[in-house]
Design a protein around this ligand. Structure first.
Ligand SMILES: O=C(O)CCC(=O)C(=O)O
Ligand SMILES: [Fe+2]
Length: 348
């Protein structure tokens, strides 16, 4: 169990409703990632028509954009992914309904001390860890036989079915993207996707509420981090910006495009691509007037399999940049506890 980890005395949502000032443990500390800026310039990350990746139409222009996006920003906005505005609105609405339930109802799904799964806040690893101004429901969705259904809300009554349905959609989009990523580097198209299409691959969902915050210039919604995933597929709130990405030492705000999926790479893709693709550091800022909701899905390979740079991307000109690693999630977690950046720890 993490030292000092406990559930919050009051959720961020409740503090927002009660008009509380954020307690001192929520106040941002200047970190190596620079100051808190609530309105930096917009990130000029490309918008990619991923519809063409599902068909045999000419993909060259989009593949070039994909390669350029992933080698510089490590992220892009995916449009034409095949899921309607009303489907995505409904998805966000179901999670909104969950967060709007009385605390007594949500409490049934509270995460347990020392574990991330369930409703609640981030785990606390040390006394001086700065807290995030958000509440979340975190579920391990795949492999199916590892689901802890006690954390899966039964209210709203359609929430479980909607997660299942969205999971299928996310799986198929992610495979198409992994294949396009390989083609964008002129590699055999399954070289990445094969690590994410096996029986014990992992998919986690983080459904996050960022309530309005009275002091957005002092409190982050989510601290700077890179994802440990292969790729992360994020549905943003169409009503308010908040996500920022770090590029070349500067923060940029990710624009909201109503029905785009914002896709960013996680550390495991930076490793598999031998450092060619980037896993961007990102964070979320809060807003005084508006709450924000986001739906993040994280794909990960089977934790029992070793991952490392794919062979075809290692040669004399580009020596192996990363060691192989098993169960990157646990490794990443251990590094975090020691204050070490996991990607640095696997660098050769
Ligand atoms: O809510 C967001 O916009 C980003 C969430 C995120 O970065 C994460 O859950 O890892
Ligand atoms: Fe993230």
């Amino acid at each position: 169990m993490a030292a000092g980890d406990s559930l919050p005395a009051k959720t961020a949502q409740q503090m927002a409703v009660d008009g509380d000032q954020p307690p001192s443990k929520y106040i941002f500390n200047n970190t190596k990632f620079g100051p808190l800026e609530t309105s930096p310039p917009f990130a000029p990350v490309p918008i990619i028509d991923i519809g063409c990746f599902f068909s045999s139409s000419n993909q060259q222009t989009e593949l070039q954009k994909l390669r350029s996006a992933l080698t510089t920003w490590g992220c892009f906005q995916a449009v034409n992914h095949g899921h309607s505005d009303s489907y995505l609105d409904n998805l966000r609405q179901v999670f909104r309904q969950f967060f709007e339930l009385p605390l007594e109802e949500k409490r049934k799904y509270f995460r347990e001390t020392g574990s991330v799964e369930g409703y609640g806040n981030d785990m606390t690893y040390s006394e001086n860890q700065v807290q995030d101004w958000c509440d979340r429901l975190f579920l391990r969705i795949l492999p199916e036989d590892q689901r802890k259904l006690r954390f899966w809300p039964e209210n709203p009554s359609n929430l479980r079915d909607i997660i299942d349905d969205y999971t299928m959609k996310i799986k198929s989009i992610s495979v198409v993207i992994f294949e396009a990523m390989a083609r964008s580097l002129d590699l055999e198209e399954h070289c990445f996707s094969k690590h994410f299409t096996e029986e014990h691959d992992v998919l986690q969902g983080r459904f996050i509420l960022y309530p309005p915050c009275p002091t957005p210039d002092q409190v982050l919604g989510l601290k700077a981090h890179s994802d440990r995933s292969g790729i992360t597929l994020l549905l943003q709130d169409p009503g308010v910006e908040g996500l920022q990405v770090l590029n070349d030492g500067k923060w940029y705000m990710v624009p909201v495009i109503r029905d785009a999926l914002f896709i960013n790479l996680g550390d495991q893709m930076q490793i598999m691509s031998n450092g060619i693709f980037k896993s961007p550091v990102h964070r979320v800022v809060t807003n005084k007037a508006k709450g924000r909701i986001s739906v993040a899905m994280f794909t990960e390979p089977d934790p029992n399999k070793e991952i490392g740079p794919v062979d075809v991307l290692v040669d004399e000109k580009r020596p192996r940049a990363y060691k192989t690693v098993k169960n990157y999630a646990i490794f990443n977690h251990e590094c975090f506890q020691k204050g070490v950046i996991a990607l640095d720890a696997v660098k050769i």
